[in-house]
Design a protein around this ligand. Structure first.
Ligand SMILES: C[S@@+](CC[C@H](N)C(=O)[O-])C[C@H]1O[C@@H](n2cnc3c(N)ncnc32)[C@H](O)[C@@H]1O
Length: 337
């Protein structure tokens, strides 16, 4: 039977912060900041911002945290309960949100800002304050230059940071099935020259640009729902950076793409998912679809962002032993004992 725990140790390494004295100390300070923050009475807060700046994530299945990015003064608070926000909000309009919460002071925020990256595995799904319908945009003309810049400067560095933890062996195959103009594939080549790369995009214009930027890397014009250019069972890492997201494909299309990913992934391959609009599937739906979540939210530049890293177990041992998953969701302290 495959020992998934051992496999993950090598495939995706997020060291236990309690084994590093400086990080353990930081977590103690974070615990003290949380305790102090909860001891103060909840206060009424009023924030005027674009709803997309509001992000909620639950830490260790207990603490609901609210971050608001792009504020002059960074904002992070603990909610007494699920905050009562309106369901349907137009994400394009600035609104004033009033709610009560335990707000971190500036000094506590500084501690949390450093500690939250160490606690990412314990964060639940990033919840946004608005739910987009299946408002799929047209990609015929390619990405808006502003979006392209945003992906390059915001999302790609995070994908690369997580890839550095994956420690993929020499010659491992990485596939970007909605590669756009190929910037991320190019960065992957520069940072991880030992990996093999393949890419594709639905739009010819984008794929041609990606090919010019990545000579020697096969780039195809293909719908990611049909990835016949990728051999079955061969991929170590699939990257969906702005692909299975609400403004890019429909939910049904996203499901078809995930099916392609499962059949073309190696056993226990990895999938990274992020993007500007919310991904179609939360953690529980991904489990139902056959993907095991190792990470669903990251803390980056003062806000929670949906960022998934999933393990793709293709052969579940239904025989003598059961499929084992490393206990990443256990309490940190239990793990280190
Ligand atoms: C938000 S952009 C992201 C581009 C790129 N992944 C990046 O990080 O810069 C979405 C890309 O997905 C492509 N796309 C949309 N639907 C697709 C599909 N069904 N199959 C493959 N690519 C698709 C679009 O053409 C566009 O290039």
């Amino acid at each position: 039977m495959v020992n998934v725990g051992q496999l993950l140790e090598t495939r995706y390494r997020r060291p236990n912060p309690l084994q590093n004295p400086a990080q353990a100390k930081l977590l103690d300070r974070a615990q003290a900041a949380i305790d102090a923050c909860l001891t103060r009475p909840a206060q009424r807060v009023s924030i005027t911002t674009n709803p997309s700046n509001f992000r909620i994530a639950v830490l260790a299945e207990r603490l609901t945290m609210i971050s608001v990015c792009n504020q002059q003064v960074p904002f992070l608070a603990l909610c007494p309960s699920e905050a009562n926000f309106p369901d349907k909000i137009d994400p394009r309009k600035e609104l004033t949100f009033s709610f009560s919460a335990h707000v971190f002071t500036g000094r506590e925020y500084e501690v949390m800002d450093k500690a939250l990256p160490l606690l990412e595995e314990r964060l639940g799904d990033t919840m946004c304050l608005f739910e987009l319908g299946d408002e799929k945009l047209s990609w015929d003309k390619g990405m808006e230059p502003a979006d392209e810049f945003y992906y390059r400067t915001f999302y790609h560095p995070i994908v690369l940071e997580e890839m550095a933890r994956m420690d993929l062996p020499q010659g491992s195959l990485v596939v970007d099935p909605g590669c756009g103009t190929g910037n991320l594939l190019w960065e992957i080549g520069r940072r991880f020259p030992h990996l093999k790369r393949l890419g594709s995009d639905l739009i010819e214009l984008a794929a041609v640009q990606a090919q010019i930027l990545n000579p020697g890397v096969p780039i195809y014009v293909t719908d990611a729902q049909e990835l016949s250019y990728v051999e079955l069972g061969t991929v170590s890492l699939f990257i969906c950076c702005g692909l299975i997201n609400k403004s890019v494909v429909t939910k049904a299309e996203a499901k078809n793409i995930l099916h392609q990913i499962i059949v073309r992934s190696q056993n226990y391959g990895l999938l990274a998912v992020t993007g500007k609009s919310p991904p179609h599937f939360k953690r529980d739906e991904m489990i139902e679809l056959g993907f095991w979540p190792l990470l669903v939210t990251k803390w980056d530049r003062g806000g929670f962002i949906p960022f998934g890293v999933y393990l793709i177990p293709r052969k579940i041992d239904h025989g003598g032993g059961r499929f084992q998953i490393v206990p990443v969701f256990n309490e940190l302290k239990e793990e280190s004992e």
